[in-house]
Design a binder for this molecule. Structure first.
Ligand code: MIC
Ligand code: SF4
Length: 640
């Protein structure tokens, strides 16, 4: 039988296991990336492994999240990451060079290669036919050390793109339509491949917008074929040599299929507070808008910025709207400056931010109370913007720019003729913000500032466990709920004891104190627990607070892996109806936990005298890690 694109790349990188759906497979990883909000932990873990030089073909450390530097904390993290990178063979992309995913696509990504990144939007690389996964920092550390990256063998989904995008309709509308069809849980355990006649009509940045936001489907990753469009993009980046063609075989098998008809697609918006809460802009109507933010790793390419400049040229931003622009990379920024597009945007009254994540992760630009903000970003989870009651809508750059001019949510098709943007034949290439690893690594001294505290380590699993239920949550809890980010807290990503005071702060402010008082306990979760970001802090902080297990209806993929890595049991209700029988503060026992995990059998749970079963759906390797109290402990055991 023929193979899908993903199956071909998986097969070429398989180092462990069999490619049978659901079974765990180990993959050789060609490239890694980290960003600064997850990077410090990843490199501390890498250092703990005692590997001298990275074993990947290319590893890159980006500084793009914490660029506010409102205290010494961020700057110290950057110094640490810069020095550790230099010492261990890692390229270092300095603050100011751009958002990791955009820069990686431009300067390092290559079709057919595998990439893992300590950021959930790493699948952006699927826009040039890479198989790129978001992962926890520890998984990235292991891959840098030459270890395999493990995932359950995913199911294959094909999204057929028929027709051609009509004027004013964008790649963002394609992925919003896929989210509408599949939902934020629909992609869990699946790889999404794009196919059909519409593919050839989409540029690389448009494809990357779509694969980027595949993260919001919960998908393992998303991928486009590598074709003439990919080749032209790589050549324009001066990297034509890495091009290889890639497509699925005509008789490849897909487990699910969806269709998006580009001819009839209309501008869409994801309404508050979930990326799958999607409706046509025309149907939502002309709601007044306070803020429009254009940027983030989803929509900050040269192509996007040129569209925005053309829409704004010669016009003025509405007096009630604050419009911010953050180009995705220094390359984009510089090219806009040289060709005059930046001047058109400035003249229209936009506020120009640095090329970094910025408002997407709440680093400034929090909307006013109950404010309406249209963002070209990928997540509109409640509170993520830094304003708890803000109403965030996710839209295309066209919708954001059009609405910034009118002051109300606007279907750009009402504006007349749409701008037509050509992809450049040559991008401006200047890698002077990328620092190469040292030629003499021994001479590099790693600098570790006072905000960088050691990470917690789990303890071997006890024979039986007895404790309390310390929290009970609803469905779709995001890692932003578990551990908020934003300007006030991101500086403490390297300081778990301090960060712990903010765990679940917007869900139940008493949670950290309760854990401290009870010496930890067990969290009860709903469906899709831990969706969103790859931040392993959402596992490390609960570990620090003494959380032993999360018993949920289901988990998001990366968070589940992070729980196992830190030695927290990811349990699921065998009968979801039992979720309703347990409450906050109930006593909970796992009387035979170690034996059951060792045997791979169901787990016995007793809550207030009522006994039921839970599953622990993990691989044999993960079972051993859980017994040892986490992946690092397990690695140490096996190294002996
Ligand atoms: C995000 O978009 O939530 C982040 C910030 O990029 C995270 C990583 C993090 O929490 O540091 C992600 O998507 O993985
Ligand atoms: Fe940065 Fe936002 Fe992209 Fe996360 S989603 S990497 S915060 S731009």
């Amino acid at each position: 039988m023929g193979m899908t694109i993903a199956e071909k790349i998986l097969k070429a990188h398989l180092v462990d296991g069999k490619m049978e759906k659901g079974a765990e497979i180990g993959l050789k990883i060609d490239q890694t990336l980290t960003q600064d909000a997850t990077g410090t932990m990843a490199y501390l873990q890498f250092e703990a492994m005692g590997v001298d030089q990275v074993k990947t073909e290319r590893s890159v450390a980006y500084i793009d999240h914490n660029t506010l530097q409102s205290g010494f904390e961020n700057a110290d993290d950057h110094k640490y990451i810069g020095t550790v990178a230099k010492k261990h063979g890692i390229y270092y992309s300095k603050a100011g060079n751009g958002i990791c995913h955009q820069v990686h696509l431009e300067r390092f990504g290559a079709p057919g290669k595998t990439l893992i990144g300590s950021d959930s939007h790493t699948p952006t690389g699927g826009g040039i036919g890479m198989l790129a996964f978001g992962a926890g920092g520890l998984d990235v550390a292991v891959a840098m050390g030459g270890g395999a990256y493990y995932i359950p063998m995913p199911k294959m989904v094909r999204v057929n793109l028929t027709g051609k995008l009509q004027p004013w309709v964008a790649a963002k509308d394609i992925i919003l339509d896929v989210l509408r069809q599949m939902t934020v849980k629909g992609g869990v355990g699946k790889i999404v491949e794009y196919a059909g006649e519409g593919v050839a009509t989409l540029s690389v940045p448009e494809r990357a917008t779509i694969t980027n936001m595949g993260a919001e489907l919960g998908a393992t990753t998303s991928v486009f074929p590598s074709d003439e469009v990919t080749k032209a993009f790589l050549e324009a980046q001066g990297r034509g040599d890495v091009y290889i063609p890639l497509s699925s075989d005509p008789d490849a098998h897909y487990d699910e299929e969806y269709t998006v008809d580009l001819n009839t697609l209309a501008p869409l918006a994801a309404m508050p507070h979930m990326p799958d809460n999607v409706k046509p802009v025309a149907e939502i109507g002309a709601i007044p808008v306070n803020q429009c933010c254009i940027g983030s790793c989803t929509n900050s390419s040269y192509y996007d910025m040129m569209k925005v400049a053309a829409i704004l040229k010669g016009k003025t931003v509405h007096p009630d709207v604050s419009l911010t622009i953050s180009p995705g990379s220094r390359q984009v920024f510089d090219m806009m400056a040289k060709n005059g597009a930046l001047s058109d945007i400035i003249a229209a009254g936009a506020r120009i931010l640095e090329c970094a994540c910025g408002p997407c992760i709440g680093m400034g630009q929090s909307p006013e109370s109950a404010g309406v903000s249209l963002r070209t970003f990928n997540r509109n989870f409640e509170g993520r913007s830094g304003t708890q009651d803000a109403q965030i809508y996710l839209v295309s750059p066209e919708v954001a720019a059009a609405s910034a001019l009118t002051g109300v949510l606007t279907d750009p098709r009402t504006l007349g003729e749409a701008p037509v943007i050509e992809m450049p034949e040559h991008f401006d290439i200047n890698d002077n913000l990328i620092v190469k690893p040292a030629e003499d690594p021994a001479s590099v001294e790693v600098r570790c500032g006072p905000n960088i505290k050691p990470f917690p380590l789990g303890a071997a699993l006890e024979a039986s466990y007895s404790g309390k239920i310390v929290l009970k949550t609803e469905d779709n809890i995001t890692t932003d709920h578990i551990l908020p980010a934003g300007a006030k807290l991101l500086p403490y990503r390297s300081n778990i004891p301090y960060y712990a005071n903010y765990c679940f702060i917007n869900v139940d402010p008493k949670f950290p104190a309760r854990c401290q008082e009870m010496g930890g306990g067990i969290i009860i979760g709903g469906a899709n627990y831990g969706q969103g970001s790859s931040r392993e802090h959402a596992a490390l902080v609960p570990l620090y607070l003494g959380v032993r297990a999360v018993l949920a209806k289901s988990f998001a993929r990366i968070h589940k892996a992070n729980l196992v890595n830190s030695g927290i049991l990811p349990l699921t209700f065998a009968d979801p109806a039992d979720y309703d029988k347990v409450s906050l503060n109930d006593s909970i026992q796992l009387p035979h936990i170690a034996d059951e995990i060792r045997a791979g059998s169901q787990v016995t749970v007793t809550v207030n005298g009522y006994t039921f079963k839970a599953d622990c759906e993990v691989s044999e390797r993960q079972r051993s890690a859980l017994l040892a109290g986490g992946t690092l402990n397990y690695a140490k055991q096996t190294a002996k």
